[in-house]
Design a binder for this molecule. Structure first.
Ligand SMILES: Cc1cc2nc3c(=O)[nH]c(=O)nc-3n(C[C@H](O)[C@H](O)[C@H](O)COP(=O)(O)OP(=O)(O)OC[C@H]3O[C@@H](n4cnc5c(N)ncnc54)[C@H](O)[C@@H]3O)c2cc1C
Ligand code: FES
Length: 411
């Protein structure tokens, strides 16, 4: 090998080494730069809650009021069997089956009610927050709400209650890149507390806007907790609106906005861009705000809502309910041995059954909990809109169903 060829070889090897070094340095720089970019943490899987069949015994381990007026009380519940709890999706609810004495009846009977989980999933306990329901305004002669008052007046630490597993299709989209707008009216704050506490713990980059409408400071639930969360988490914007502030309520300290949570407030305070909206509150709030959001151009898929009772609000895509059978079709309740004629007076088969004294179970009365699910032995049932609960094959939900034909029901 000549000296010139040897020199070329050495130069070539050096060049290759320099090139390799440059490539490695660039690759390392790229590797270091990556963590600096804002990357969302992987979404934490939140599993569906139908983890046990039927009811499970829970002991009340704590109870405490959440508002100054002492009308909203939280109950912490731990499983009597001591086994870990299944996670639920923030926004879901529990169904309680209580044995209660009813005036005019000798034996206690099962009364079913749903209550939203009001905290993020924890392995050892669940929490619900229950508002005491008074008689309707101007009707003091009527009995106050049966179950909510029973909880407030009689359910104490150490008591054992029977619960169905967490359920419901109203829960937060786990995509951390999608800013969430949580709109609560009154006791509708409960599923929002669960969504909020879960997001803040699991998705610290997610933008959150909580709008909470109430009348005055006396009924402001979770006040200190919400203020502390907003102070600790700059990604959370808190908007509390009082429609009838008391004299002692201070705007800017106790609440941010005077008036109701309406579209104008959302338009004034929300940044531009896509948001997922979650609404839970009194019928009047939902019936104005949901159409207003649609009118503002929010796509139907980004509007999620739940009513705490029979809802008159339809999902936007459902405009004309399917026709129910005309009055006169035969409804047979097999187990009760009753044959009746559908007279078209009732909004649902549940109302019809109750009006005629047929014993049927119910809970949410809005197609969400499955308590009124009944085997359909023959005939077909129509729903104004697809129920939230997944109806088992060969069954129907009485609370949101009406007959399409003559029916034979197992009840
Ligand atoms: C999915 C879901 C989640 C829910 N989450 C929550 C929650 O987190 N917190 C919460 O507090 N609630 C929640 N609710 C509402 C809850 O389930 C109950 O509906 C509520 O507690 C009222 O039940 P009650 O037994 O106290 O009242 P009920 O006994 O059902 O009475 C309801 C109203 O009817 C009135 N009334 C009684 N008798 C008559 C009569 N003869 N004529 C006319 N009116 C009469 C009562 O005075 C009362 O005002 C939720 C509901 C659903 C469906
Ligand atoms: S009562 Fe809850 S689904 Fe019918």
């Amino acid at each position: 090998m000549t000296a010139t060829r040897l020199l070329s070889w050495i130069l070539a090897v050096l060049l290759v080494q320099v090139l390799v070094g440059v490539v490695i340095a660039l690759w390392r720089r790229r590797g270091k730069a990556q963590p600096a970019a804002v990357t969302a943490p992987p979404p934490v899987a939140v599993q569906a809650g139908a983890a046990w069949q039927g009811t499970r015994a829970f002991r009340v381990r704590a109870r405490g009021f959440e508002d100054a007026a002492c009308t909203q009380c939280s109950f912490e519940l731990e499983p009597v069997d001591g086994q870990p709890l299944p996670a639920f999706k923030p926004g879901q609810f529990l169904t309680f089956a209580l044995q209660l004495a009813t005036p005019g009846e000798n034996a206690a009977r099962t009364v079913t009610r749903c209550y939203s989980l009001s905290d993020r999933p924890e392995p050892d306990h669940y929490r619900v927050t229950i508002k005491r329901v008074p008689p309707p305004e101007g009707r003091p002669e009527l009995p106050a709400g049966q179950v909510s008052n029973h909880f407030h007046d009689h359910v104490q630490v150490g008591d054992v209650l029977q619960l169905r597993a967490p359920a419901g299709h109203f829960y937060i989209d786990p995509d951390p890149a999608l800013p969430a707008v949580l709109v609560a009216g009154g006791i509708g704050i409960t599923p929002m507390m669960s969504m909020l506490r879960w997001c803040l713990a699991q998705q610290p980059q997610r933008r959150l806007h909580l709008y909470y409408g109430l009348r005055h400071g006396g009924e402001h639930a979770f006040k200190e907790q919400l203020q502390a969360l907003a102070a600790a988490h700059p990604q959370l914007s808190l908007h509390v609106a009082y429609s009838r502030p008391a004299e002692a309520d201070r705007q800017g300290v106790d609440y941010q906005h005077a008036g109701r949570v309406d579209l104008a407030l959302l338009q004034r305070t929300l940044p531009h861009g896509r948001h997922a909206f979650y609404l839970c509150g009194p019928g009047a709030m939902m019936e104005t705000l949901v159409p207003a959001l649609e009118g503002w151009g929010v796509p139907e898929a980004d509007i999620h809502f739940e009513a705490f009772g029979p809802a008159s609000l339809r999902k936007p895509s459902v405009s004309v309910p399917p026709p129910a059978a005309a009055a006169g079709v035969a409804i047979r309740f097999e187990r009760s041995g009753r044959s009746l004629d559908w007279d078209g007076q009732d909004a649902s088969l549940l109302d019809f059954a109750e009006r005629h004294g047929v014993a049927v179970e119910s809970g949410c009365r809005s197609g969400g909990c499955g308590s009124c699910q009944t085997r359909l032995l023959s005939g077909s049932v129509v729903y104004d809109q697809a129920p939230d609960h997944d109806v088992a094959a060969g069954h129907c939900l009485l609370c949101v169903g009406r007959p399409a034909t003559a029916l034979v029901l197992e009840a």
